[in-house]
Ligand binder design. Structure first.
Ligand code: HEC
Length: 250
C-alpha cells in the first residue's frame, strides 16, 4: 500500500501545507507565489491559443500572425490583467524572475518551432490545441529551467490521454485523496514540501475543471472519437479534468 503524502512528509520531517488562494508569507509562501505565477503564465498562453483556435483551424488562411512574440505579448497582457503584475518587471536575478523568463522563452520557442504547422494552408484541424501547446511549453521550460523547476499538466489516471501526462505516485495520491475528495474546496491548490526523486522540493497541484468548451473532446458520449482521434472520456462540466503540477527544487 503506497504511503500517503502526509505519511511520507512526516517521515521526511518536512512541513506540509494546504492553504487558501491568499498566499502566506515566508519561504513556503514565496514558493507558493512563484508556483502560482508560473501556472498563471501557462494558463495565459493556453488562453491565447484557445482564443485563436478557429483561426488556427481555418484552411483558407495561410500566415496566422501567431509568431512567438505575438503570442507571448498577448499572454503577458492576460497575465497582467489577472495578476496586476508585469512579468518583465520581476527581478531577473531572483528565482521568480529566472523561472518566469525560462517560461516566457519556452512560449517563444514553441510558437516559433510550430509556424509551419500553424500556417499550413488547405489544412483544417492541425492538432495545435491548448493542451498540446501547454505540453510543449512545459517540455521547453524543463530544458530552460535546467533542473530548477518543472511544470506539468497531469490528470486523474482514468482521464490521461498522453502517456507523458501520467501522474507520478505523489501526484496520483494527491489527486485521489485530496482533489477528488468531495469535501475538497473547489479550486483550492494542494502544496507540500516533499522529496521528489530524492531531492527536496516544493510541490503544488492546482486543480482544473471541465468547462462546457472542453466537452467537445472530453465529454459524452464516452468512447466516441473526438476531432483529435482520441475517445471521449464522458466528462461533465465541473468535473476535475486536470491538474497543473509544479515542482520547485530546493
Ligand atoms: C479539440 C479537442 C480538445 C478540447 C476542446 C480540449 N482538449 Fe484537453 N486534450 C485534448 C488532447 C488531444 C489532449 C492530449 C494532448 C497531448 O498530446 O499532450 C488533451 C490533453 C488534456 C490534458 C492533459 C492530460 C492528458 O490527458 O494528456 C488535460 C488536463 C486536458 N486536456 C484538459 C482539458 C480541459 C480542462 C479543456 C477545456 C478547457 C480541454 N482539455 C479541452 C483534446 C482537447
Amino acid at each position: 500500500m503506497p504511503w500517503s503524502a502526509e505519511a511520507r512528509a512526516a517521515a521526511a520531517g518536512v512541513a506540509l501545507v494546504a492553504f487558501s488562494a491568499t498566499l502566506v508569507a515566508g519561504p513556503q509562501g514565496d514558493d507558493a507565489a512563484i508556483a502560482t505565477s508560473l501556472a498563471e503564465m501557462l494558463r495565459a498562453g493556453r488562453t491565447v491559443i484557445s482564443n485563436n483556435q478557429s483561426r488556427i483551424n481555418d484552411p483558407s488562411l495561410g500566415d496566422k500572425g501567431l509568431t512567438g512574440k505575438a503570442v507571448l505579448d498577448q499572454a503577458i497582457q492576460i497575465y497582467r490583467n489577472k495578476t496586476g503584475t508585469d512579468p518583465a518587471a520581476i527581478d531577473p536575478s531572483s528565482r521568480h524572475g529566472r523561472l518566469m523568463r525560462a517560461e516566457m522563452d519556452a512560449i517563444l520557442e514553441v510558437m516559433d518551432a510550430n509556424q509551419r504547422t500553424i500556417n499550413a494552408k488547405d489544412v483544417g484541424f492541425k492538432a495545435f490545441i491548448p493542451a498540446v501547446f501547454g505540453r510543449l511549453v512545459d517540455e521547453a521550460f524543463a530544458r530552460n529551467a535546467k533542473g530548477e523547476a518543472l511544470i506539468k499538466v497531469t490528470a486523474p489516471e482514468y482521464l490521461v490521454r498522453n502517456r507523458k501526462a501520467r501522474p507520478d505516485a505523489w501526484e496520483a495520491d494527491v489527486i485521489k485523496t485530496k482533489l477528488l475528495d468531495a469535501a475538497w474546496p473547489r479550486g483550492e491548490p494542494y502544496a507540500a514540501s516533499v522529496d521528489a526523486e530524492g531531492m527536496p522540493a516544493f510541490r503544488m497541484m492546482m486543480p482544473e475543471y471541465y468547462a462546457a468548451s472542453c466537452l467537445a473532446c472530453h465529454g459524452a458520449p464516452k468512447g466516441e472519437m473526438d476531432i483529435t482521434g482520441y475517445p471521449k472520456e464522458g466528462g461533465k462540466e465541473g468535473d476535475l479534468g486536470g491538474v497543473i503540477s509544479l515542482t520547485l527544487y530546493k
